[in-house]
Each structure stands twice: as structure tokens, then as C-alpha cells.
Design a protein around this ligand. Structure first.
Ligand code: GCU
Length: 389
């Protein structure tokens, strides 16, 4: 997929004044590379058929690894049902998913929460950090009645079920990659982020089964490491209608160059299994990266992209998350979608800067997902054509 002959013109140029505008106390020391400089495209079609697949191949090789292929069979069987959640406003179906490939199999569960008395207009696929039985009792992370009341179905899998979130050889051996052969637990080509991204694709398929199908758009949402994952999943998979990254930070929505908080050295030291080893080469050398995270988000164009931060989340670096959301507009504009204006200033806390296409806000408070975030997410979905309550 990736053309190895592509050469990257990383010419030192004066920092782009517009790109740095509004970024408090931080001006990128080296210019953030526009994706269209390395992968030129005259129009949206050329971007989509030629540049985008190459950019995705590049990001797979340098950062996330490749998302596993579809196994020979995916069996989805309903194993549970509850009708009376949230005073009867939400019902839940649980499913067992069995994936089979070359005589091997891999099994785990998923849950789908649906409105009981409101027509379903959209679905959100969300990988979670918990075990499934906790989702019913996480009213901030997953405000089920609010979502259902708006006409949104929520489909979820626990990320640990696809790739245990630990830096051990054992974790990789027990991951979804085991379906494809005897992999070495130390082979870093097989990353957790791509395994989890595969989980988003499975949630999409689950939402197409006869009991869950509703004929509307499916978005993906993820927090933090799962926000990084949601961006990667949706960048690769055109079936998703939109994506929400909540505080995904380093390796997610944030520009690496001159980033506050976490950097490549810190992230690959603690979480080597999230990324391919190629990323290690850029420890302390962010300014030499041939790409930056605006490239990832450009691959989502022209679909709606919402990037969110929290004021106390300096580790993720809100300013650089905003910068990436703004710079991704380069490709959205090829599709006639305006995105966030190049001279837009970093917005005040709790003041969403939403455009059709790209949205950003920084919420007051800490690194987590709150009901308040979901309210903003629903507003952004509505602005982008979803007919929600
Ligand atoms: C750590 C990690 C971040 C990640 C976060 C999370 O803080 O350094 O990169 O986003 O965990 O997933 O909550």
C-alpha cells in the first residue's frame, strides 16, 4: 500500500505564522509538515484514491502497525437481554463474538444499549476501559439515559479483551493477533492500538446484525489511549460517519512538535506495545518527524471530527490538540469543508469552537469523560446533520 519510493521533502522553512497563532506560550520550533506537501493531491478525489492510502500506510509503518485483517468467520450470538435499565428508558443486549481463522478461535463479549422509546437515529461505537458489567454503572463515562434519550445507540467492547493493556509478551500472545498464527509475544509489529482499532470495526459489524441494524450513521468515540485508537480506526475505515477523540494527547490528536506533557520518549518507554518500534527512533527528535498528527486526522476528511481536551490535562497538551484539529483542515478544504479557521485562537474553557466538519473544545477539569462531554458530543453530532433529540 505504501509506496516506499515516496521521498519526503523536509525542508526547514520559517514557522508558519498562521499555524502558530493562538497557541499560548508555544510556537512550533520547526514547521508542522502539511500532509499535502509530502503527498500532493490536486483535488478531493486524488487525495482519496491516491494520497490517503499512502498516508495510512506510512502511519502504519511508522507508528501504529496494521489493523488485523478480517478473520474467516465472525459469529455473533446474543447471550443476554435487559429491558429495564434507567427506569425502562434503555435496553441492553449482550453478545458473544467468536472469531475463527485457520482453525483458531477467539471469543469475547460486547454490549449494545438502545433507546427503549425513542427512534434510533445514530450509533456510537466506544471501546471501554472496564469490564462490561460496569458500563451500566458509569453515569459520567457512559450516561446511558442521556444517549438513549437523544436517539443514540451505544455499542461497546472492553479493550483488554482484544489486547490486554500490559507491556508483556503474554499480553500480545493472548491478543486477537493469536488468531493469525504463532506470533512472538515480543513482535512489536503487532500493536495494541491496531488490535483495539479492529475492535471498533467489529462494533460496526455488530451494529449491522439484524437485531441491531437501524440504517443510520455510526460514529466512534474513545478516551485517551482509546481516543488515539478511535482516530486510527476511523482514519482507516470509511464506514464510520464521524469520530470523537476525548483527550487523546500524545500519539493521538496532539501535534508531537513542541508538545507539553507526554512526549515520544515517555510514551514508548511506558507503552512500547502500543506502537511499532519505528516510533522509538524519534525519541527526543520530534522536530525530525517526517509527519505529525495532523496527517492522521486529515485521513478522516471529510467526515466530522471532534477533538476535545480538559484544562487540567497538561499531559495530553490541549494547545497541541487544538493545533492538530486546525491543521487537519488542509485536507477538509479539498472537499469543500471549511474546518477551523487558520487564524482561530485557542478557545476559552467550555466554549466549543464547532464548525461543520471539525470541532474542538477544552472542558474545565481533569482527564476523564463526563456527562458534560457527551452533551457537547451530541451538539456536535447535531451540527453535523444528525437528527437527534
Ligand atoms: C497515560 C498515557 C497517555 C494515555 C493515558 C490514558 O497517561 O501516558 O498517553 O492517553 O494514559 O489512556 O488514560
Amino acid at each position: 500500500m505504501h509506496d516506499r519510493r515516496t521521498s519526503f521533502r523536509i525542508t526547514p522553512t520559517a514557522p508558519d505564522a498562521a499555524a502558530g497563532a493562538g497557541i499560548p506560550k508555544r510556537t512550533p520550533a520547526s514547521e508542522v509538515p502539511p500532509v499535502l506537501r509530502s503527498f500532493p493531491a490536486a483535488d478531493a478525489l486524488e487525495w482519496y484514491v491516491s494520497a490517503r492510502p499512502q498516508v495510512l500506510g506510512f502511519l502504519a509503518e511508522h507508528q501504529y502497525g496494521f489493523i488485523p485483517p478480517r478473520p474467516e468467520t465472525i459469529r455473533i450470538v446474543q447471550v443476554g437481554r435487559r429491558r429495564n435499565l434507567c427506569d425502562g428508558r434503555v435496553h441492553r443486549r449482550t453478545y458473544q463474538l467468536t472469531l475463527e481463522n485457520a482453525g483458531r478461535s477467539f471469543t469475547f463479549q460486547a454490549a449494545v444499549y438502545s433507546p427503549a422509546d425513542v427512534p434510533v437515529k445514530a450509533a456510537v461505537a466506544s471501546l471501554n476501559f472496564y469490564t462490561l458489567d460496569r458500563i451500566d454503572n458509569e453515569p459520567e463515562r457512559y450516561p446511558l439515559a442521556l444517549l438513549a434519550g437523544s436517539g443514540i445507540k451505544l455499542a461497546t467492547i472492553s479493550h483488554n479483551d482484544l489486547f490486554p493493556d500490559r507491556p508483556t509478551a503474554e499480553a500480545r500472545k493472548n491478543s486477537i493477533y493469536s488468531l493469525y498464527g504463532n506470533i512472538s509475544g515480543r513482535d512489536r509489529r503487532f500493536t495494541a492500538i491496531s488490535a483495539w482499532a479492529f475492535g471498533y470495526q467489529l462494533l460496526y459489524e455488530l451494529l449491522q446484525t439484524p437485531r441491531e441494524r437501524f440504517g443510520g450513521p455510526v460514529w466512534a468515540q474513545g478516551h485517551s489511549r482509546l481516543g488515539k485508537t478511535a482516530l486510527w480506526a476511523v482514519a482507516n475505515d470509511p464506514r464510520f460517519a464521524g469520530v470523537v477523540s476525548n483527550q487523546s494527547g500524545c500519539g493521538g490528536a496532539a501535534i508531537y512538535r513542541d508538545k507539553g506533557g507526554e512526549d515520544i520518549d515517555r510514551i514508548v518507554a511506558r507503552f512500547p506495545y502500543w506502537f511499532v518500534p519505528e516510533l522509538d527512533k524519534y525519541r527526543f527528535r520530534e522536530n525530525e518527524l517526517p509527519w505529525d498528527q495532523n496527517w492522521l486526522m486529515a485521513c478522516i476528511a471529510p467526515r466530522p471530527l471532534l477533538v476535545t481536551s480538559a484544562t487540567e490535562d497538561a499531559w495530553a497538551c490541549p494547545e497541541n490538540e487544538f493545533l492538530a484539529a486546525k491543521l487537519a483542515g488542509e485536507v477538509y478544504r479539498l472537499f469543500g469543508v471549511r474546518g477551523i479557521a487558520a487564524n482561530a485562537k485557542f478557545p476559552a474553557p467550555d466554549r466549543p469552537l464547532f464548525t461543520p466538519g471539525i470541532g474542538y473544545y477544552v472542558r474545565t477539569g481533569r482527564h476523564t469523560v463526563l456527562r458534560e462531554d457527551w452533551r457537547h458530543i451530541i451538539d456536535f453530532m447535531k451540527l453535523n446533520g444528525m437528527d437527534l433529540k
